[in-house]
Design a protein around this ligand. Structure first.
Ligand code: AKG
Length: 298
């Protein structure tokens, strides 16, 4: 059994999260894990998949990726156990459950993000605008910095209190848009407010939690250091598919795991990390402790 990460979530943290729509944390994972995670990033973007399984979305590979674009892979956990040990962590799941007030927490997807120097922006968006393919469509995200982050290094930006703005529709490009803040600025104008943008500036291993409706994005990396982050997008443990909405957002990709005639989500693809009653998907520990099985070079 892997040791769960301990993250203090009390009334003060819950109140700040409810007010701001985000919460910064100085330490989410132990710094001893960072070199192994950096190596996992090298492997994933080079197409070396430790478990033999390809991640669900591979948007950048060293062989043919555009050097100006942020390297992105979704559900790296299925390919690499080092990534899985973080995004399937019971302690992070528990912290999310406590912040959100949910009875249990599942992984929806992870995001493996690598923004080398001079890489362009990621457009501002609200995660929940893309999620009507499951219900309840609540989302809470844990964003973990794997390098020290700075405003000029293209770290994530969050808009304080924007989770209370009117929910928006999906709009704009995610990768390298011309004006990465534009959709958020338009939404702020509709609200009649001046947005307060806050940069996630934390040491490597720290990061933030944000609400599914909080506006966020990130600028170009103008520093001389890489910005790598590992992101856990989490949903409630009791969600179900909405078949009529599977065409929406990333529904076409993750709807393929729907069982015939059954709207419940399969724990093989959306494991339960933590539940108030002590339940956790049974196979996780065996998966995490299995020896390296294969890689593309074997
Ligand atoms: O890391 C970023 O710049 C954006 C990440 C993101 O969109 C998210 O964590 O939901």
């Amino acid at each position: 059994m892997t040791d769960a990460t301990s993250i203090e979530i009390g009334d003060g943290e819950r109140a700040r999260f409810a007010r701001d729509g985000f919460l910064f944390v100085e330490r989410l994972i132990d710094s001893a894990r960072l070199p192994r995670l950096h190596a996992a990033f090298e492997d994933l973007f080079a197409g070396k998949f430790e478990t033999g399984v390809r991640p669900d979305e591979v948007n950048w590979q060293v062989a043919d990726g555009d050097p100006q674009r942020t390297r992105q892979i979704c559900n790296g956990w299925k390919a690499n156990r080092e990534v899985a040990r973080v995004v399937l962590d019971a302690g992070i799941g528990r912290a999310i459950g406590r912040l959100a007030g949910w009875p249990g927490v599942r992984i929806m997807i992870d995001n493996v993000l690598w923004k080398p120097p001079a890489t362009r922006s990621l457009g501002f968006h609200q995660d929940s605008a893309y999620l009507s393919w499951f219900t309840p469509s609540d989302l809470l995200t844990c964003w973990i910095a794997l390098d020290d982050t700075r405003a000029d290094g293209g770290t994530m930006e969050l808009v304080r209190g924007s989770h209370r703005w009117q929910p928006g529709e999906p709009e704009g490009e995610f990768h390298a848009p011309e004006d990465y803040r534009r959709p958020m600025l338009d939404a702020a104008a509709r609200e009649g407010v001046e947005p307060e943008i806050v940069y996630v500036e934390v040491p490597a291993g720290g990061g933030s939690f944000h609400h599914g409706w909080t506006w966020h994005g990130s600028g170009e990396n103008r520093s001389d250091r890489p910005r790598r982050s590992l992101v856990l997008h989490a949903m409630r443990s009791d969600v179900e598919y909405v078949p009529a909405r599977l065409h929406q957002g990333i529904g076409p990709i993750y709807g393929r795991y729907r069982r015939l005639g059954d709207n419940r989500l399969d724990e093989n693809y959306f494991p339960i990390l933590w539940r108030e009653d002590g339940y956790r998907t049974a196979g996780i520990e065996a998966f995490l402790s299995a020896p390296e099985s294969c890689s593309r070079d074997d």
